[in-house]
Design a protein. Structure first.
Length: 87
């Protein structure tokens, strides 16, 4: 994914489980690599990111909580946006 305005993984809904992403390259994303706005869990592995706009992960479930994001082999997007305000 090159020079995109939005996230590689945008996860929305009442509850999400069983989503897996394995192997991707993100370069120049405008906001986040992963944007989670629901509860549940996803596995994201072997994703390399460069030139990330805001931070690696935005994790703010509506109306409360967060999503469990796991995986191995990821580089360049380990940071998480603090709070639920929008950058």
């Amino acid at each position: 994914m090159l020079d995109a305005e939005r996230a590689l993984a945008l996860v929305l809904g009442d509850y999400v489980e069983g989503v897996m992403i394995d192997g991707a390259r993100v370069d120049g994303v405008g906001t986040f690599v992963t944007q989670a706005q629901t509860t549940g869990s996803v596995t994201i592995s072997n994703v390399t990111a460069t030139d990330v706009g805001s931070t690696g992960t935005y994790n703010c479930a509506y109306p409360s909580g967060s999503m469990q994001i796991t995986g191995t082999g990821n580089t360049g997007w380990s940071s998480t946006w603090e709070g639920c305000d929008w950058p």
